[in-house]
Write a protein that binds this ligand. Structure first.
Ligand SMILES: C[S@@+](CC[C@H](N)C(=O)[O-])C[C@H]1O[C@@H](n2cnc3c(N)ncnc32)[C@H](O)[C@@H]1O
Length: 315
């Protein structure tokens, strides 16, 4: 194996055996020590003035600042702080902790991940991404877009770490990326039995010291040294096909509320049944005022052009 891929394997093995390179008790968030140990070793080994670490999904900065404290190059984190942030404090928590730790190499990009990845050129200022950590929104499209939009900025020897690979839709996005970009290979995968929130105390402790909610490590395999292997996914496409029905439904927002309602019925959870029925009714009356809205097969195309050339085609 090439020296670079040997270093990738060594970093993972060392993180498996020894966990993190450096811990800081002021940091809090959602991750496991083997995961962070792997990210830290990648950043310590593969970043420099021209090659940076980028992460999507910062929350309170546990992974970003842990990596920043050992990286040799700059470290960028994208988050719009729209989730898990009831009091609107996460951005200032990250900034306070960054200055307490004196990490001047850490840069926060407060933006939607899609906008930030579109404007990466401006943020990275000529640097390439040598270590890329994907830990933002976990729906299939977001996962795939995170991989696709960052691709032009990845270095020759880029290593990608996909968190929350326990989820089937996350694995499906990684598998689709790998199949369509054969120069990238799945290098390592590790899973935990369920999401840590559903674990008993002992298993949760193991996940905190381990791989949290599953990991896929993807490398650019320049010399085509590795076999093409993919994370395992559920073969049925039913849920992805249901997306089309949801997008074209008259009340698409009701799809999620419908699943919560089903849960409430399953447990005979009366307050839930009342709450989600009320949300459905509110959604129905709001939607009735919006036009056009059909019983089914809504296309959202009524304002699109009837025929239009690219703006540079001469008239
Ligand atoms: C699981 S948390 C990340 C955990 C973090 N890496 C840590 O060390 O604790 C996911 C983060 O993704 C962010 N996120 C979700 N959707 C986003 C979007 N559309 N654009 C930017 N960030 C987003 C959330 O605000 C949240 O902070």
């Amino acid at each position: 194996m090439s020296p670079h891929l040997t270093k990738v394997a060594e970093a993972i093995r060392e993180a498996e055996a020894q966990g993190m390179l450096k811990e800081n008790p002021i940091l809090t968030g959602f991750s496991g020590k083997k995961m962070m140990g792997t990210l830290q070793r990648f950043a310590a080994e593969f970043t420099d003035e021209n090659n940076c670490y980028l992460e999507v999904g910062v929350f309170q900065g546990l992974t970003l600042l842990s990596v920043g404290s050992v990286a040799k190059g700059d470290v960028f984190g994208i988050d719009n702080f729209a989730f898990f942030d009831k009091d609107g404090k996460n951005q200032s928590i990250v900034e306070d902790r960054r200055s307490k730790l004196g990490l001047e190499n850490v840069h926060l990009i407060n933006a939607d991940y899609e906008d930030a990845l579109h404007a990466l050129e401006k943020h990275l200022n000529g640097r390439k991404i040598s270590v890329y950590f994907v830990d933002g929104p976990h729906d299939y499209r977001s996962q795939l877009v995170c991989l696709l939009f960052a691709k032009p900025f990845l270095s020759e020897n880029a290593v990608i770490v996909v968190d929350d690979s326990n989820y089937n839709d996350v694995r499906q996005a990684s598998a689709d990326f790998l199949i369509s970009h054969p120069e990238f290979k799945l290098f390592y995968q590790a899973y935990t039995p369920c999401h840590p929130i559903n674990m008993d105390k002992k298993t949760e402790e193991e996940a905190r010291n381990g791989w949290w909610d599953g990991i896929n490590v993807i490398v650019r395999d320049k010399n085509n040294e590795l076999k093409a292997e993919y994370p395992s996914t559920i073969r049925s496409r039913k849920l992805f096909e249901a997306d089309q029905n949801t997008h074209s439904a008259r009340f698409p927002e009701a799809a999620y509320i419908g699943t919560k309602l089903a849960e409430a019925y399953d447990k005979f959870w009366l307050r839930g049944i009342i709450k989600f029925n009320l949300e459905l009714i509110r959604g129905f009356s709001k939607k009735k005022k919006q036009k056009p809205s059909y019983f089914e097969l809504n296309t959202h195309s009524h304002e699109l052009p009837k025929g239009q050339f690219n703006s540079s085609v001469s008239k």
